[in-house]
Design a protein around this ligand. Structure first.
Ligand code: FMN
Length: 274
């Protein structure tokens, strides 16, 4: 696999009872990590076509295909998005996409077929479709990221581009029934971060019903907390990460997220109360 850097860490199942089966796909997924520094090399048209086609082949709720992705090549728009997201690599990544919920295209099709999209019978702008279209867009983005990884490229998902949703809507001229979901920056990696630890499988995967025993979960999380504390995030000036629990406590009261709510959906014609 081009660009494949080998297994950085062979993982055993958390309980040590099962051994992980390795192949190129599994290893690519287990070694994936977000890349935030890119070589300046341009991404060629064949690669772009391949990545876009892989994204299109992701599953789609009700086969509505209700997402679109906008490739940002205009330097001024990139600069503005980097400013909105407050992350310089948004401006410098060789390839940058903003994935959007897109019921605009479907509304046009339905209208052409005689549906009155301004009437109450129209449901593509309701809350269920909004969330499912968001799922579609996210799955497509992840398919693109995985395809990129398999081709030796790296990527980072960008939620911070939603730091100013109105500005993104204006910048990308998003029409009625569209809404920004996430950005994806891609390129040839210019860094090799450590694979970031994940919590014990038993805490995240449950059987038949929700497992909520707080004490057992807490005990299992202690070792994970310690592991996260040994992880060095390249963004962190050589300091180890805070424990997972400390991070959660901080993020649980982060006020910045309030500006990225769904208030702006109404402006785009969505009726999230339906
Ligand atoms: C929905 C979503 C939004 C994210 N937004 C950002 C972002 O704006 N900037 C960034 O640098 N990383 C972003 N990330 C990447 C996460 O920080 C990263 O996936 C997480 O810390 C785990 O690290 P890893 O991807 O290296 O395993 C985002 C990831 C997701 C899934």
């Amino acid at each position: 696999m081009p660009g494949f850097v080998g297994i950085r860490r062979v993982r055993l199942d958390n309980e040590g009872m099962a051994e992980i089966i390795h192949n190129q796909t599994v290893d690519a997924l287990l070694n994936r990590c977000s890349i935030r520094a890119f070589e300046p090399d341009e991404i060629d048209d064949d690669t772009i076509a391949t990545l876009e086609l892989c994204a299109q082949h992701a599953p789609s709720s009700m086969y509505l295909n209700d997402w679109s992705a906008i490739r940002i090549t205009d330097p001024e728009k990139r600069r503005k998005l980097a400013e909105i997201g407050r992350q310089s690599y948004i401006g410098t990544a060789p390839l940058l996409y903003i994935f959007v919920i897109d019921e605009h295209r479907n509304a046009q099709i339905a209208q052409r077929m005689g549906v009155d999209v301004e009437s109450g019978e129209f449901t593509l702008n309701t809350s269920y479709r909004f969330t499912q279209a968001q799922n579609d867009a996210t799955l497509a983005l992840q398919a693109m990221a995985t395809a990129a990884e398999s081709l030796g490229l790296g990527s980072v998902v960008l939620g911070t581009v939603l730091g100013d949703i109105d500005a993104v809507i204006d910048l990308l001229e998003l029409p009625q029934f569209t809404y920004p979901v996430l950005g994806l920056a891609l390129g040839k990696p210019a860094q090799q971060p450590e694979v970031k630890p994940r919590m014990p499988r038993e805490v995240q995967f449950m059987e038949n019903s929700y497992f909520g025993d707080e004490l057992t979960t807490r005990t299992r999380m202690e070792a994970f907390d310690a592991e996260v504390h040994t992880y060095y995030d390249l963004r962190n000036d050589g300091r180890p990460e805070e424990t997972f629990s400390k991070q959660i406590a901080k993020k649980a009261v982060a006020q910045g997220v309030l500006q990225s709510g769904l208030d702006h959906a109404k402006r785009q014609g969505f009726r999230l109360d339906r």
